[in-house]
Design a protein around this ligand. Structure first.
Ligand code: SAM
Length: 375
């Protein structure tokens, strides 16, 4: 954690700004002292986007602001932003009047631009910069915010435009926390706004029979109200990613649509969607050892699910019934929950729990590319 010295910062800011001919811009930040734009900061600090780390910067102030205004009432709230980069979305968070902001960034090259923001906003709010390879946030820190689960969500938001591989792994990790009311949800139904590859967002919100219906649809929707807020065309980013991006908001449900442990739901959903186009009977059978066919029949009969429905056609209620019956069967038959038909093939891994990805690093020349980039 870096707590900033005002004097060191003031000195850095004055020196850096004076040393450049880059005009101080961003007229939309009315309440701010002059501040170089994120685009100029990238130039100023000669920061090259690491394409392999999916560093795609969102330099359009209007889009950043839309993410924040669609997130909810940010004024006087507490915000934790993961992956701020040079601070593009951070500016909108601060400008919209957040009371307390923590940013977590793993790339130290963004320190000067984040420090600059910190300096500018230091006068009237708390702004904490954290560096680290792991996204470890101690949410106990916000204990004064504690709200009962059944009450309105606490004024705490988690926001992030992260690389896609990380944001998908992270949302699964956070959904698990959501189911247990731990981690970010220790103080109540904390809302999350994250960016994803558009296709992934469509899977998250897909209804039964949709071509996008998948295990992600069930895992996200049984715990949260999931809103696909809007799409961002790839061309709004610098450098431009290959795909379009979607902004998705998660608000934890007071009562999950499936009242069973996360691991059990995950196992059912994962096993049944393993063969998305096949009759669900096939997936249900894979939940039990081959020498226990009577349990397959018991599962189908008691859940009343049509075994000839395909996985993607199953409604949330049908998954709920399958989970409830499977839980009863597991209670009455020792060792069934541990049975995993794929274990020998080492394939049974629904999601990558690891947030860190060691990727090779390739630099892209931001300075010259920025010149050519048209928003
Ligand atoms: N938020 C900025 C924006 O919208 O322009 C930057 C977005 S860029 C797609 C993703 C950012 O997440 C990068 O700054 C990257 O260094 C950071 N990042 C990647 N992995 C991270 C991790 N494990 N912890 C914290 N930050 C991470």
């Amino acid at each position: 954690m870096v707590r900033l010295s005002i004097f060191r910062l003031a000195e850095t800011v004055v020196k850096e700004v004076a040393a450049t001919t880059i005009p101080v811009v961003d007229s939309s930040l009315q309440r701010l002292p002059p501040l170089p734009s994120p685009r100029d900061l990238l130039k100023l600090y000669k920061i090259r986007a690491q394409r392999q780390l999916s560093q795609n910067f969102l330099l359009d102030f209007r889009i950043n602001n839309k993410i924040i205004t669609k997130t909810g009432k940010i004024q006087n709230s507490y915000v934790c932003e993961v992956g701020p980069g040079p601070g593009n979305i951070t500016r909108s968070i601060l400008q919209n009047g957040a009371k307390h902001v923590i940013v977590i960034e793993k790339d130290r090259r963004f320190l000067p631009s984040l420090e600059l923001l910190s300096f500018v906003f230091l006068w009237y709010m708390n702004f904490v910069i954290m560096y680290g390879k792991k996204l470890i946030i101690n949410f106990v820190y916000y204990r004064t915010l504690a709200c009962e689960w059944t009450m309105l969500p606490p004024p705490l938001f988690i926001i992030g435009n992260l690389p896609f591989n990380i944001s998908t792994a992270l949302i699964i990790k956070w959904l698990r926390h959501c189911s247990k009311h731990t981690g970010p949800f220790i103080h109540g139904r904390t809302r999350l706004t994250l960016t994803f590859q558009k296709e992934v967002a469509l899977r998250m919100v897909a209804n039964a029979n949709s071509e996008y219906r998948s295990r992600l649809s069930i895992m996200c929707q049984y715990l949260c109200n999931v809103n696909h807020l809007f799409n961002i065309p790839g061309k709004a980013f610098f450098p431009k990613p290959e795909v379009d991006v979607a902004v998705v908001k998660f608000t934890p449900r007071i009562r999950p649509l499936i009242n069973q442990p996360f691991d059990l739901v995950e196992k059912i959903v994962s096993t049944i969607f393993h063969h998305r186009q096949k009759f669900c009977r096939y997936g249900i059978a894979n939940l039990f050892p081959p020498n226990r066919p009577e349990l397959v029949e018991e599962m189908i009969n008691k859940s009343k699910v049509n075994p000839e429905k395909r996985s993607f056609s199953l409604e949330m209620e049908e998954f709920r019934d399958l989970c409830n019956v499977y839980n009863d069967i597991c209670q009455n038959n020792k060792g069934i929950f541990e049975y995993n038909y794929l274990i020998h093939k080492k394939k049974y891994s629904m999601f990558d729990e690891e947030v860190e990805h060691d990727l090779p690093q390739t630099d892209v020349n931001v300075e010259s590319d920025l010149e050519n980039h048209k928003m």
